[in-house]
Design a protein around this ligand. Structure first.
Ligand code: GLC
Length: 479
């Protein structure tokens, strides 16, 4: 099969979140299984020169956006068995940010979607499937259906749309979207592109894609309810025959404690001495007291309310009354930066906070910690809990979305489990669960070691899920 992924970010080129990791790992995996795979991305100015200098100029043409005609270059790069395509337009993508600013995202990503579709025919690239990801690519299935289907070249192409996070939908005013994409009034109704008086790019993908997926089975169920549905639950219920949850994997080569160049000492399930060395090195690096027997809990996360940081806020002093060290790495909302800066002053030698993206430090934290806290309000999949498990760092999570599908709370009756979890979005339920974990760490080291070992021996690779996607592509191709 020929598969083309369309995305707004992808490792190793550009990343703000888990979406980039997923596309960057899944595409090469599908290619390795014998399919012809391309990935198409915006050519942001943040993409490193070492990649840009190797790119080949495929073609250029003009894209019509209402009254505008915009340059569109297509550059390409062969790597890891995949052809990576980049849509070049300096006005739209030559900026210091990827998204969240500028006030013209409807135009930038409207341009991107149209450019992707136009490029196909010009490059004579006819994929069986375009696999779209999140709202930035939501207009691809819609435009394909509305404006391109009458052309024979586009008729056989099918679309898959993956929801990585339903909270971000790309909501814009209808006249603005009409101005760039030339869509008639009749398309802006509640069963198509309109939502609460606005145009909605995520909804466009959900309505027009042949198949919808999201990144865990639990989240696929949750988003059909009002609590998790972000206003899309009715639509998702209506399309549930075409909605599946497929759990993400992690890149098990990048995340491998036995061969990780970032950490103090590599280690494996049967030789945990290295993990103790990693802990000592991490305590030293973070300015924590160098005490091997004190449990070290970490959070590596965007500091947003999605991630449950408000629960931590509510009971931080109670957590710190325990014999525990706590370290945080991540960027985000100012109120949480204030909270953790305060904690660092209040608990010297026991609390450490770092407000940046630091891939190398994150490796050292996954390796050096004993416990990994991830109390998300909602979590489509979550990759960090899987990384923590693989590094023998026992996760404490809320039972939601992908966390529920990957972490099984320790069950004292039958000994099953690989972590600790709680169900209600409640700070004291979280506190109780943290205390429970600390108790096993301190008083039942044998049980704790078993949890560590079970986490480390789990399979978090893409092997299985890549096959599930391939089956889905095949079922669409044969339709
Ligand atoms: C988003 C979700 C996260 C998921 C990731 C990759 O960032 O919030 O849960 O793991 O996308 O699919």
């Amino acid at each position: 099969m020929k598969i083309l992924f369309a995305a707004s970010e992808c490792v190793p080129f550009c990343k703000t979140g888990g979406l980039a990791d997923v596309v960057g790992a899944l595409a090469p995996m599908i290619a390795a299984n014998g399919h012809e795979v391309g990935v198409i991305l915006p050519l942001y100015s943040a993409i490193e020169e070492k990649y840009v200098s190797r790119m080949k100029h495929e073609t250029d043409f003009e894209v019509e956006l209402g009254w505008r005609r915009q340059y569109c270059g297509v550059e390409s790069l062969r790597m890891d068995g995949v052809t990576w395509y980049f849509i070049d337009n300096k006005y739209y993508f030559g900026r210091s940010y990827m998204y969240g600013m500028g006030g013209d995202e409807y135009e930038r990503f409207g341009f991107f979607c149209r450019a992707v579709l136009n490029a196909l025919q010009i490059l004579n690239l006819q994929p069986d499937i375009i696999h779209c990801n999140d709202w930035q690519t939501g207009m691809i299935p819609a435009l394909l259906q509305i404006q391109y289907r009458h052309l024979p070249f586009y008729q056989p192409i099918r679309t898959v749309f993956t929801i990585h996070n339903l909270q971000y939908q790309g909501i814009f005013s209808i006249p603005q979207v009409q101005d760039v994409l030339g869509l008639g009034d009749s398309l802006f109704t509640a069963d198509k592109l309109e939502c609460c008086g606005n145009a909605n790019y995520m909804k466009a993908g959900l309505v027009y894609a042949d198949e919808i997926t999201t990144v865990s089975p639990s989240y696929a169920e949750e988003i059909k309810t009002a609590y998790y549905g972000e206003g899309m639950d009715g639509l998702l219920r209506a399309r549930q025959e075409h909605l599946t949850g497929i759990i993400n994997g992690i890149d098990t080569q990048i995340w491998d404690p036995a061969h990780d160049r970032h950490i103090a000492k590599p280690y494996a399930e049967n030789s945990l001495k290295g993990k103790a060395a990693c802990k000592a090195a991490l305590q030293k690096e973070l300015g924590l007291e160098e005490r091997p027997g004190t449990p070290l809990m970490v959070m590596i996360s965007r500091l947003s309310s999605q991630k449950g940081v408000d629960l931590v806020d509510r009971v931080l002093t109670e957590i710190m009354e325990e014999d525990v060290q706590f370290a945080v790495l991540g960027m985000g909302e100012a109120r949480y930066v204030d909270l953790f800066s305060w904690a660092e002053q209040r608990y010297p030698g026991r609390f450490s906070a770092h407000f940046r993206m630091d891939e190398a430090l994150s490796h050292r934290m996954y390796a050096g910690a004993d416990l990994f806290l991830m109390p998300s309000r909602f979590e489509p999949c979550g990759l960090s809990q899987m990384i923590a498990l693989r590094y023998g760092t026992v996760p404490i999570v809320r039972e939601t979305g992908g966390l529920r599908d990957t972490v099984l709370s320790y069950n004292e009756a039958n000994g099953a489990g690989n972590g600790f979890s709680f169900f209600n979005y409640n700070a004291h339920d979280m506190l109780f669960t943290i205390r429970r974990a600390l108790n096993y760490y301190g008083r039942e080291p044998e049980i704790f070691r078993r949890l560590v070992a079970r986490g480390m021996s789990g399979d978090y690779s893409w092997n299985h899920s890549a096959r599930v996607y391939q089956d889905l592509y095949l079922s669409l191709k044969e339709k």
